[in-house]
Unconditional design. Sequence first.
Length: 198
Amino acid sequence: MSKTASVNQFAKWAKQRLASRSLDVLINNAGGALGLDTVAEGKDSDWETMMQTNVLGVLRVTRAGAAIDRTQSPARVSSTSGRMLRGRSMRAGAAYCGGQGGRVADQPRVAIGIERAPVCASVPVDPGLARTEFPWCVSKSDKARAEKPYEGTIPLVAEDIAEILVWVASRPSHVNIDEMLIKPTDQAAMHKVYRRTK
């Protein structure tokens, strides 16, 4: 996603595989956070990688998808952190939160000229606390740190979000879902999580 040539090559391969069929659904599931540094301690290399993946990568793939079929239904799996730009989450991981905010704010349906798409054009699906490999990126493979967010909780899992995406993609053609915020029951807010004690 961070290289235009690579995205274009993938789009060419996808178009060949589709042959005469249409592109029904495009899911941008970019996710990359490197470290939880404050802005004062941030590293250019980490910031550049996150922006290339989480912001520019989404734009590249959406553009490539539009070139295949302008009636597509692009969905974006983002993060609740993009909605917390002024919240406590900005104390750490500021660049990641800012990148996710950019993904929530953009409107590719309008921007790329898809004013009327069959299903759910450009819906940001924003999961909260979910058990994935994501914390390994944030913690840079520190196992104890990667597991800490889940301690004492029942988080979302990948299947929860996958089922929601299938539901979104299967709505009737007159239904458009603009946005969805999904959190586990244990998470009231980005910074407020219920944890069970042993």
